[in-house]
Design a protein around this ligand. Structure first.
Ligand code: TXA
Ligand code: MG
Length: 330
């Protein structure tokens, strides 16, 4: 009888039940890195007040030190308390409507945070995630937790515990498995330190929903925000397989046969257009949920090329178009 030889004393991926969440909270309190599910994507958590733990996050991801992190808190009261005088009416209105949920607010920086959390900048990003495991972990920890998406810098965000394991492996102390993420793309980021508020990253909270609360808002990183947030710049979210996007559905699909005939192993993906090889949902929420999970699976096939027919250039599709445009940028 041959038994496998394990060198780890504990498993890396564990089902997120109460005892494991408590263990995860202790690991975080001791300066460890714990990956956990949120409603958007899996996050890589560390204590936001622990400079050494925050430094480990940047190392584990290979993340440029100029790209600030999002601080996660268990409820709106904790966010108000963290922000102190920096909290304002716009933050209050958005928090009441969308928290817990996939919205991140940029607010004036709180002094309790480790310097590297905000990449030395004057603002901080905060969110209250809407996932029972994330909220239980944050409550058990009792302190703000930074959590970038749990992937190496530039790669696809994880929507399953296994994605984190495959990408970050031993750079993480523990991965809490809470199943697939329901939203599937990262939170909508809105800067409320400026007037009008500015949408910095499109996400599951759509422009139409923001509009209903805010009236109007500006779009895209302002010149100042770009230097503060290089994570908002071009190449990002990339699979290993080369990915090209096609702008116009009709023109693009006319070429499907041509590419196949050329013998190159290309697979075409569309959102709701039946002629493609793989058809993802034709509604934004369904497409967002499926997007990274599909790219992770397709990346295992060893294809020469993925061609994605972009959905229409309409605000409700901005999150999907943004991720795909960055995934195909060189
Ligand atoms: O859904 C999410 O937000 C996930 C889950 C785990 O919560 N987290 C996430 O974190 O997407 P990350 O680090 O992958 O993306 C954070 C984004 C980056 O684009 C970063 O530049 C921006 O938020 N950001 C962080 N702090 C900022 C700040 N003070 N001002 C402007 N942008 C900021
Ligand atoms: Mg990320």
């Amino acid at each position: 009888m041959i038994f496998p030889v394990f060198t780890r004393s504990d498993p890396m991926i564990v089902i997120a039940e109460a005892g494991e969440i408590a263990r995860a909270a202790r690991l975080l309190a001791g300066g460890g890195l714990v990956a956990f599910p949120t409603e958007t994507v899996y996050g890589l958590g560390a204590l936001a007040t622990d400079a050494e733990a925050v430094a480990r996050i940047y190392r584990a991801k290979g993340r440029p030190s100029t790209n600030p992190l999002i601080v996660h808190v268990p409820d709106v009261d904790s966010a108000r308390a963290l922000a102190g005088d920096g909290w304002n009416n716009v933050a209050e209105a958005l928090a009441r409507e969308f928290w817990p949920g996939p919205l991140t607010l940029v607010l004036p920086r709180a002094s309790a945070l480790a310097e590297a959390v905000t990449a030395g900048g004057p603002t901080m990003a905060v969110r209250v995630p809407d996932h029972p495991v994330a909220r239980e972990l944050l409550r058990a920890c009792g302190q703000p937790i930074v959590a970038p998406s749990a992937n190496s810098s530039g790669r696809l965000s994880p929507t399953l515990a296994e994605h984190v394991w495959a990408d970050l492996g031993d750079r993480v102390d523990l991965i809490l498995d809470g199943g697939p993420c329901v939203a599937g793309v990262e939170s909508t980021v809105v800067d409320v330190t400026v007037s009008p508020p500015r949408l910095l990253r499109p996400g599951p909270i759509s422009p139409a929903k923001l509009e209903r609360v805010l009236g109007g808002f500006a779009v895209g990183p302002g010149t100042e925000a770009v230097s503060r947030s290089p994570g908002l710049e071009t190449r990002h979210y990339a699979p290993r397989t080369r990915l090209e996007t096609k702008g116009s559905a009709t023109a693009a699909l006319g070429r499907v046969e041509v590419v196949r005939a050329g013998g190159s192993r290309a697979l075409w993906v569309s959102f709701g257009i039946p002629e493609a090889d793989m058809v993802l949902p034709g509604d934004p929420a369904g497409a967002e949920q499926a997007l990274f999970a599909a790219l992770h699976r397709l990346d295992l096939l060893g294809l020469d090329l993925l061609v994605v027919v972009l959905p229409p250039d309409e605000p409700r599709w901005w999150a999907v178009r943004d991720r795909l445009t960055r995934a195909s940028a060189s």
